[in-house]
Write a protein that binds this ligand. Structure first.
Ligand SMILES: C[S@@+](CC[C@H](N)C(=O)[O-])C[C@H]1O[C@@H](n2cnc3c(N)ncnc32)[C@H](O)[C@@H]1O
Length: 217
């Protein structure tokens, strides 16, 4: 996602009460259910401008939603988007977490998370960057660790090579694949993300996989 550097973005993000910094998030490890008031935790990794997570939090008051994003400029844009949704009101069950997905194991204890959403993660097409892909084996094994046994990971992408490569990683990691589609119908896409909307307008297929941690969890 192209976005220019915004001076002061990091400071503005840290001051916003909807945002958790990495240090704050680490302090909740093992205590997230207390923080969420007992509501199950749903986590989006790489939220971009936050369109998906805002709608998800509004649609499910019984859940607690956390959106992780590494770029402060994106977090700032998400906050601006939320502030603009005056009619809809601000969901009280949503927090944004400014941090890198590489820190997940320091933030969540085993089995603390109910759902992980990976919506259109950066494909990192070069082989030498494979480890950065959010569906690389090292990431999948952390997701297995922090997800509940009956939890679910939902992965959407427009990128077929990334999808095929990721599918192999899920299978090698003994994930239990519950749903797979090479052209997810719009009617089955509960909430359309910003990137998804762009690809659907161009008529591109959306690749989708939902899996539970299985034996590796
Ligand atoms: C292609 S965008 C997709 C945005 C959104 N999920 C959607 O579907 O519209 C990927 C986002 O993931 C973020 N991202 C990439 N690597 C990340 C990481 N290691 N940890 C957290 N966020 C990351 C990027 O900054 C970017 O905002």
């Amino acid at each position: 996602m192209r976005l220019r550097h915004i001076p002061g973005a990091a400071a503005a993000v840290c001051q916003n009460p909807l945002v958790l910094t990495e240090e704050e998030a680490v302090s909740h490890k093992g205590q997230w259910l207390r923080f969420s008031g007992g509501r199950p935790l749903h986590l989006e990794i790489g939220m971009g401008r936050g369109r998906f997570i805002f709608s998800a939090a509004q649609a499910d008051a019984a859940g607690f939603f956390i959106a992780l994003e590494v770029r402060p400029e994106m977090v700032l844009q998400a906050l601006q988007r939320f502030a603009g949704e005056e009619d809809a009101g601000q969901p009280g069950n949503l927090r944004l977490l400014w941090c890198d997905a590489a820190r997940l194991a320091d933030i969540f204890a085993p089995g603390e998370v109910s759902t992980i959403y990976l919506n259109f993660p950066d494909p990192w097409p070069k082989n030498r960057h494979q480890k950065r892909r959010l569906t690389a084996p090292s990431f999948l094994s952390v997701y297995q660790h922090i997800l509940q046994e009956q939890g679910q990971l939902c992965f959407k992408t427009d990128n077929l090579p990334l999808f095929e490569w990721s599918k192999e990683n899920f299978l090698a990691g003994n994930w239990h694949i519950q749903h797979i589609s090479n052209d997810l119908p719009l009617a089955e896409s509960a909430i359309v993300t910003e990137y998804e909307s762009r690809y659907r307008k161009r008529g591109q297929p959306i690749f989708y996989l939902a899996a539970s941690p299985g034996e590796g969890g």
